[in-house]
Design a protein around this ligand. Structure first.
Ligand SMILES: Nc1ncnc2c1ncn2[C@@H]1O[C@H](COP(=O)(O)OP(=O)(O)O)[C@@H](O)[C@H]1O
Ligand SMILES: [Mg+2]
Length: 472
């Protein structure tokens, strides 16, 4: 193939850099005939001979699905070029002038899609470790040998696949864009402990608690712990796929023995989920709820444990989310309600349940003297045809509403079965409702969530399809 070809794209490679004219002449999306569904690669290399090798080996329409976009010799322009040209990968010599290692994670965390770096390691200097340390996903040696060029498509494809898989996994921590980070810094927010409760079972307490915790701990990357305090039997660990070996029972046993809780001990009982979210699994077997560490001294032991646990977690975390059982005759549930900064009362648009809730709340406020101002309403499984309006629900219960989560059919159950919280999947009415609830606890989430919306724009071509397949 002729390296001095005369398409706009090849001229671009030969001259280096990217001009507006090059941009305009570049085929867009799937309309372009040239490798439109290929992986779009920028060569950020010093040596023209290496670039020449790539241009010759990966001409337009090559069978390797590698589309060479441009040659960039100026490291300080790399990030902008990669974004403007919609690159998927960069073959990068770290000794290119103006290059900064920080650009590797910056490219990798680019919000629309990961842009992966394959390190092109110069013969001199020890760059292997620092390039991989910064997030490179593969490497070749310079100067490029024929053998290296032959292996390159495999390396690039694997690197892009790995990055897409990481992005689609719950473990991916989205990097917050600088303007969002600024908003978080300037918009006020407070650390909080939040109890999620309902007067009935099956209304969505656990679904709400889990998704709020994931929004705070993974999507917004705040230090968050989700505690499964349903003493009628916990199932958070099943939904989130964490091991229940260390749990609220084992921790309560330690407390019963030592009569105090230390942060290190508590941390030892937590399971990491993803990002900045930790989980304290609930009682794995229902009978354990009757053990002395919970019920000794007519339930006083359990009560003391909850007070100590909440004190400790509040010190350790920005947000403590407690998934409670409905039964307020259980002292531990009541103690958690008493201790939490906010109580989210989950209701469904269903008359009998609302009246029950009303009655329980009344006795809480009157007889148990809980402070009404800490209680907020979350309407879950709302459907306009349920025959009861949001306004009516708010009137019946006399609490401020902070969010409405629509009826989602099987989507919620399917997400629980798949061990993948809804809010880590595609944006929809239900996830927007959950984000609205969470933003009332942590206002900057509005910005973070909006930024996530921009991530969701469909992208055609090979990488777009791979990304879609991975995120469903
Ligand atoms: N918005 C919703 N739309 C549809 N199904 C939902 C919704 N919220 C929860 N569910 C389903 O309702 C059932 C009970 O939810 P769960 O969170 O376990 O309730 P609770 O903790 O109050 O007992 C689950 O099968 C869950 O998938
Ligand atoms: Mg539950």
């Amino acid at each position: 193939m002729n390296a001095q070809g005369n398409t706009a794209k090849q001229n671009n490679v030969n001259q280096g850099g990217v001009s507006a004219a090059d941009e305009a002449s570049r085929p867009k999306g799937d309309e372009g005939a040239v490798g439109a569904a290929g992986i779009r690669v920028i060569a950020c290399l010093r040596d023209w001979n290496d670039v020449q090798q790539l241009t010759v080996s990966f001409p337009p329409d090559n069978p390797h699905s590698i589309e060479m976009l441009t040659w960039c010799q100026d490291g300080s322009r790399l990030f902008q070029d990669a974004i403007t040209l919609e690159a998927d990968a960069v073959i990068l010599d770290p000794t290119v002038p103006g290059f900064s290692l920080d650009d590797i994670p910056r490219l990798y965390n680019y919000e629309e899609r990961p842009i992966v770096v394959v390190a092109a390691l110069p013969p001199a200097g020890d760059w292997h470790e620092s390039m991989y340390g910064a997030g490179a996903k593969g490497h070749v040696q310079l100067p490029l040998s024929e053998e290296a060029v032959r292996r390159l498509p495999g390396i690039v494809h694997r690197a892009v696949q790995t990055a897409l898989q990481e992005r689609a996994s719950p473990g991916y921590i989205p990097q917050v864009a600088p303007e969002v980070a600024r908003a978080i810094a300037t918009r006020g927010w407070q650390r909080a402990s939040v109890a999620v409760w309902a007067a009935k079972g099956g209304v969505g307490k656990t679904a709400v608690a889990e998704n709020i915790a994931v929004l705070l701990g993974v999507v917004a990357n705040r230090k968050t712990v989700l505690v499964d305090l349903n003493m009628a039997g916990g199932n958070v660990h099943i939904h989130l796929g964490v091991l229940p070996k260390k749990n609220v029972f084992s921790l309560a046993s330690v407390y019963e023995f030592r009569k105090e809780l230390r942060a290190r001990e508590v941390q030892n009982h937590l399971s990491p989920y993803a990002g900045n979210l930790w989980v304290l699994p609930g009682v794995p077997r229902q009978y354990m709820a009757g053990e002395s560490c919970f019920v000794a001294n007519e339930g006083e032991q359990g009560k003391l444990f909850i007070v100590a646990l909440m004190d400790c977690l509040r010190e350790m975390f920005d947000f403590v989310i407690l998934d409670l059982g409905q039964d307020l005759n259980h002292k531990m549930h009541l103690t958690a309600l008493r201790g939490a900064d906010l109580v989210l009362v989950v209701v469904n648009p269903e008359t009998a349940g609302l009246l029950d809730t009303h009655e329980v709340l009344d006795s809480l406020f009157e007889h148990v003297q809980l402070d009404r101002s800490r209680f907020r309403l979350v309407i879950n499984r709302f459907h306009p045809e349920a025959g009861i309006s949001r306004k009516e629900i708010v009137q019946v219960l006399g609490l401020p509403e902070i969010g409405v989560i629509p009826e989602a059919g099987m989507a919620v159950t399917a997400s629980l079965n798949a061990k993948r919280p809804l809010v880590l999947g595609k944006k929809c009415d239900v996830t927007d409702g959950l984000a609205q609830v969470t933003a009332s606890i942590f206002p900057p989430l509005t910005d973070v969530w909006r930024a996530k919306g921009r991530l969701g724009a469909p992208r055609k071509g090979l990488v777009g399809r791979m990304m879609e397949a991975l995120s469903t």
